[in-house]
Design a protein around this ligand. Structure first.
Ligand code: CFN
Ligand code: HCA
Length: 536
């Protein structure tokens, strides 16, 4: 696939300074090969541009700590931030053996609802009173306090309020100084949340986690029930999921996460800090996984089994793969007839665009423009992504990947399982590593990779590439609808999901096939082409 797109021409209508800035955030996949040209990422958005990004508070409260179901999470600030991070992300939670329904707070919204006088005279007393009330009414096991912008500006001492409340009530009260203005996007909030969870929760538990093979699933947030589908498959193979971070997770389990044998990392962007810290502190290796797409799921399941090198586990893995594949293949084939040859854009936060690039290719579609709101350069270039083992590789020829620490530990940049350098070199030389490398290497020739896209660029790119569908979020969904282009949210899945593993791939394929098949899109005349609507 090639276009004669010239990035300078695309950006020509922008003022000089903005054009210069934005041109560094857009890269075209070079058909003649070569490594990824440098893309500017994780830098401040040009003021005035309609970015899709969120803020540090969104990354900390909305993304990482909000889904912990048995922690009562208080937004300290005026009501807007609490309201807009209440429920829209669809991170589902349910009761389990450790958490009864009355101790699940994820569907609720707690805020100090700061008023003008609190901003002027300080909000510490109001926060302390609110914690007391929350404890009296809900009796939570633990509390989170997340700061919004004004809290940092007026200098409320969250640490002191949290410490005093913890002493008063005898439960952990954890504060996050995730004021929205910190950093340049949600990404800073992920990091702040990771640091506190690591320091204050993980490792504080003393309970044993039963199970021969205990896994944690990091960077999986149970959007539309994704985690539950992964857990179903892992459970049937014979693994115990110690805890997730943080989809449908509980304080009661996170504190014992250090008991696991292996950490799986689904969203590297939001949780890599904890994966790294747990490896350093507890010696637990981590494996980059991908449960989006059938081929990716198969590779992931085989690789996890190989980590433990247990023949029974490997056999059970193959059995589950065979059974699930047989159940979904006819449906997938039916959808593929509708999807084959269609093109799409995938633009979302910090990791999914790459995951869906793969699933869509599986289904016969090609992603021609892909990008992230706030990813870092390694997410685009793929340096941190592990080369996985090809699923059709002969398992007899694969060196064993054991998770026990190796005395001559070698950790190549892409592979976070500990093994000797010789073993790694042997693996690499044998040609059994997959091509799943990162957004740029996996991009179609002539395709566009874009960081922090704005509405202007999205509209221009739609005009040029004329994709059949756009995968994105709420902020640009309706703009594209008005252009007669169907969109599918890959943040919240609109009202659908789960999209993970085998059954999830079918649900996804059906949803996309429905979107593409409806005649509604051809009947739309955009407002700017109608007379008398004021849409000029
Ligand atoms: S669930 Fe994740 S997968 S955590 Fe992250 S980088 Fe957001 S909330 Mo929206 S859908 Fe999105 Fe990723 Fe990781 Fe979600 S692509 S933007 S901050 N994200
Ligand atoms: C966030 C959350 C969000 C927003 C989705 C969207 C989510 O970034 O604060 O813009 O449609 O997934 O809910 O990414």
């Amino acid at each position: 696939m090639t276009t004669d797109l010239n990035v300078d021409e695309l950006l020509a209508p922008l003022p000089d300074k903005v054009r210069k800035n934005r041109s560094k955030h857009i890269v075209k996949k070079d058909p003649s090969g070569g490594s990824c040209p440098q893309i500017e990422a994780n830098t401040r958005t040009v003021p005035g541009i309609i970015t899709q990004r969120g803020c540090s508070y969104a990354g900390c409260k909305g993304v990482v700590v909000g889904p912990i179901k048995d922690m009562l999470t208080i937004t300290h600030g005026p009501i807007g931030c609490a309201y807009y991070s209440w429920g829209t992300r669809r991170n589902k939670a349910r009761a389990d053996e450790r958490t009864p329904p009355e101790q699940i707070y994820t569907a609720m919204c707690f805020s100090t609802d700061m008023q003008e006088s609190d901003i002027v005279f300080g909000g510490e007393k109001k926060l302390a009173k609110m914690i007391d009330e929350a404890v009296e009414i809900f009796h939570p096991r633990a509390i989170n306090i997340c700061a919004t912008c004004p809290i940092g500006l007026i200098g409320d001492d969250l640490s002191a309020v949290a410490k005093a409340a913890q002493e008063r009530h005898g439960i952990p009260v954890i504060h996050y100084n995730c004021e929205g203005y910190k950093g340049v996007s949600q990404s800073a909030g992920h990091h702040i949340a990771n640091n506190q969870i690591m320091e204050r929760i993980i490792g504080t538990g003393t309970e044993k986690v039963d199970g021969k093979y205990v896994l944690n699933i990091l960077g999986e947030y149970n959007i539309g029930g994704d985690t539950w589908e992964i857990e179903r498959i892992l459970g049937e193979i014979g693994y115990t999921v110690g805890s997730t971070l943080t989809g449908d997770s509980a304080y009661a389990k996170i504190k014992n996460m250090h008991r696991a044998h292996l950490n799986l990392v689904q969203c590297h962007r939001s949780i890599n800090y904890i994966a790294e810290m747990m490896e350093t502190k507890y010696g637990i290796p981590w494996l980059k996984v991908n449960f989006i797409g059938i081929d990716a799921t198969i590779d992931t399941l085989r690789e996890i089994a190989r980590c433990f090198g247990d023949e029974d586990l490997i056999a059970r893995t193959e059995h589950v793969i065979e059974r699930e594949l047989a159940a979904v293949t006819p449906e997938i084939e039916r959808c593929r007839k509708v999807l084959k040859g269609r093109t799409a854009f995938a633009f979302v936060g910090g990791s999914r665009s790459h995951h869906y690039q793969f699933l869509l290719r599986n289904l016969g579609m090609e992603v021609v423009v892909a990008g992230y709101e706030f990813a870092h350069r390694d997410d685009y270039e793929g340096r941190e992504v592990i080369p996985t083992i090809k699923s059709d590789a002969d398992s007899k020829n694969i060196p064993e990947l054991h998770v026990e620490p190796d005395p001559e530990e070698y950790r190549p940049p892409h592979l976070h399982l500990k093994m000797s350098k010789e073993k790694y070199d042997e693996l690499a030389a044998s040609g059994i590593l997959n091509d799943y490398k990162g957004m740029y290497p996996d991009m179609v020739d002539g395709g566009i990779m874009i960081d922090d896209a704005n509405h202007f660029e999205t509209e221009e790119l739609v005009e040029i590439f004329k994709p059949d569908l756009i995968f994105t979020g709420i902020k640009d969904k309706y703009v594209t609808h008005k252009m007669g282009l169907p969109s599918k949210q890959i943040h919240s899945y609109d009202y659908s999901g789960p999209y993970t593993c085998f059954r999830g791939a079918v649900t996804f394929a059906k949803d996309v096939a429905h979107s593409l098949s409806t005649p509604a899109w051809k009947m739309i005349t955009p407002p700017w082409e109608q007379s008398g609507t004021g849409g000029d």
